[in-house]
Every structure is written in C-alpha cells, then in structure tokens.
Design a protein around this ligand. Sequence first.
Ligand code: MN
Length: 267
Amino acid sequence: MNATHVAQVVAAQPNTVALFISDLHLQAAMPRTAEAFFRFLRNHALHTRQLYLLGDIFEYWAGDDDDNAFNQQVIAAIRVVSNSGVEVFWISGNRDFLVGEKFAAACGIKLLSDPFVVCIGGEKIVLTHGDSLCTDDHAYMAFRAQVRQAKWQSEFLARPLEQRKAIIAGLRQGSREAQKEKSDAIMDVNEGAVRTMFDTIDTVTMIHGHTHRPARHVTQSNGTECHRYVLPDWNWDCDIDAMRGGWIAIAPDGKIDRIGLDGVVLR
Ligand code: MN
C-alpha cells in the first residue's frame, strides 16, 4: 500500500448505496484472503443497499454440485448479506462462469448477464467482468467463445465432478504457462473494445475487473469524457508488501470512490 495514496479513512459503516468487488480468486488454500472477504461482508457489505460481485470471486467453479466445506462457507457468508436485505448481484468471471441457478438460490443472489447496465443514483453504469474486452488475446477469446456456449457447458457439467476438477486443474496450469508468454499489453483491455462498449451502450461510466490493474481511466467516446473504473484483485496470503484488495463504492450523492485495503479511499 502506497502511503501517498491515502486520502482519508472511511468509517467502519460507510454510507454507500452500492459496493463492487471482483477477482478475489477465493480458494481453500488462501484462508486469509477468504477471511478478508468475510470481514468485508460484515463491515461494509451489510451496511450498503446493493453488492455487485463482478467475476472471479472463486479461483474456479466446477459446478453447483461441488458443495465442499469451503464453498459452503462462502455461500453461507453471502447468504447472511442477502438475508439482511442487501440486494446481491453476480456477473461471472472467466474462472467461475459455471456458476448456476442452484448456487444463486443458495446465496440469495441474482445472476446478471455480461455486460449489464445498472442505473444507480440516476447514473447509467455498464458493468462487466472485463475479459470480453481483452480482444488482443486471440487464443483466450477463442477459448471464451467455446466455453460460454450452452452446449459446451451442459456437456461439461454432465461429466463426473472429479473429472471436471481434473480438467479445470489442467486448464489453470495451461493458463499460467500461456500467461508467461503473453505481453502485458495483450492481457490488458483493448481500447477500441472499451470505446465500442461505451458507444453501443451509450453510457459514460464503466466498472470492471479481470485485469488486476486497479485504476480510473478517462477515455473519450464521441467527444464525451468516459470513466472506466478497474477493480483490484485480492491477496492476503502473501508477503505484507504484496497484500492487496479493495472495492469500489458509490455514495448516495453518486460519487464513485475506489477503496483500498482496510477501507482507505484511493485517489
Ligand atoms: Mn478474470
């Protein structure tokens, strides 16, 4: 965490109307990150009106029948928030796109398509995980087109759970190796794809994750200033210098803030 970015500290119960998170990559092997998520739910999500989970909340999702103890713990924690009256929404990421209606019902959340336009405080905001904007990564886009087909998904989900987990483990390993060969630019969003999304959806605000490059970008679209907010990934299971996480918050007056670890507002 860079001290120069610290502007003010938010109270434990921020007065927000909506919170956005993504890319926690939750997994049993990273218990501190899971604890940080549970703390975020208790301290922040319980005190807002809407919570948006924008993809890759899980490191992987093999199917709604994968009801291991860790997944059940995460579902129960989200359920506490939705039971309290907070509306919870979900856009799948490239890791957890196999989440289905059974999971949604267990959590008490609503699955949204990607991209999805919301209206918060009179402002139209387009929400997306962000992977569909990375059009320079041709190999990934081809893979995405395949695995997002309903036929591919129903065939995959018909396999035994253990077989699905083995296939996913192979895909994760392959993805790690492929990423070493890809340039930073290829794995970031394509500016043309971003402008096209702003133009098509006719909005000036976008929130997404996926790239793990938290920022607020200003883009021109048809002569209008557009703002693209990028969410951070989370990792509390590493050296203290590398620890990261955070969210985006919308205040009742429509102000959008990027919030870092422990509720610190980022400039
Ligand atoms: Mn992703």
